[in-house]
Design a protein around this ligand. Sequence first.
Ligand code: SAM
Ligand code: SF4
Ligand code: SF4
Length: 364
Amino acid sequence: MGRYHGGMATDRDPVAPLARATVGPTPVLDRLGRRLHDLRISVTDRCNFRCTYCMPREIYGRDFAFLPRSEVLTFEEIERLARIFAAEGVEKLRVTGGEPLVRRNLPDLIAMLAALRRLDGGPLDLTLTTNGSALRQLAGPLRNAGLGRITVSLDSLDDATFRAMNGVDYPVARVLDGIAAASESGFGPLKINMVVRRAINETSILPMARWARREGHILRFIEYMDVGHSNGWRLDEVVPASEIVALIDAELGLESLAPNYPGEVADRWRYRDGDGEVGLIASVSQPFCSTCTRARLSAEGKLYTCLFALDGTDLRAPLRDGAPDVELAAAIRAIWRVRADRYSELRSEATTNRARIEMFAIGG
Ligand code: SAM
Ligand code: SF4
Ligand code: SF4
């Protein structure tokens, strides 16, 4: 097998996209042999936080022009696209943002997405990534609507560090309460995402690991990434995954775990003396583009084939112009078939300076 799992694919598809979409899909492969398996759906570009690494408040201040409501996909439009993606072989949906919980009536959308089916008739894996601030109110309704799993982002248990990193002085106790509400509503085990920045929240690594283990959450450390172009990213602020593993291993003892499925983003580790697991998302020090099966739909309906893409393809215009499903399916297949993205494997001084979409616009 070559460098890319499944070997090198080709553009040559014996069945024309439109015909293929009508006869029922064979999973579409991109130019590097990767199938389309996950769809991340950004339901809003707005957020009640201003995390320094994502939407620094100096740039995303009061006068920042977020998308007007008319440009954001409606729930019906999102559901229709998600259904078409599922018919193309997508098996996992992640609802994200911006902050997805600021989108009004989100449980209604979740109920619509929960009713969709995979090609084999089984339920889709339906997940949500949130900053946790509204979970006390919404965890129950989200559960009742059919949401499968929740990931909460939390960068520190230290109140001062957390308030500084979220950019709006938001107290950590309220996110912890949201996390408790999610557990009470039956969402456990929760995944907790922690972005690690050198000298900013490095000292929170061990307290977070001890806490997550005690509470039964799966903690995932994320290397600080050069997404967008407003966070002033520098390589020396990245704490490599290997360093994080060594730090936790020295105190708590870790051993490597096999991935749950091929292409899993997080490198998994478990505690040697029993319960508990941590994940490392090492997209800077150990890029995983070769198994990247994720597409991203922005709040305004653009399809992106990479987190670091320069631009996406507008699906909203054909959707609103009355294109039938078969045409939208053909467009999605055509976009995926020519995909050759592997930004993290090519990351360099030159690439980190080039323009790209902001993360809050297309979700993590
Ligand atoms: N607002 C939600 C949240 O924070 O969970 C969902 C959207 S947020 C863009 C998705 C994920 O991206 C979060 O876990 C966040 O920590 C992560 N993220 C944002 N900017 C990042 C960066 N520069 N490097 C690494 N992860 C980042
Ligand atoms: Fe908002 Fe999430 Fe970005 Fe933080 S990481 S600013 S919570 S979208
Ligand atoms: Fe996927 Fe792009 Fe990230 Fe590579 S850089 S893992 S292709 S999103």
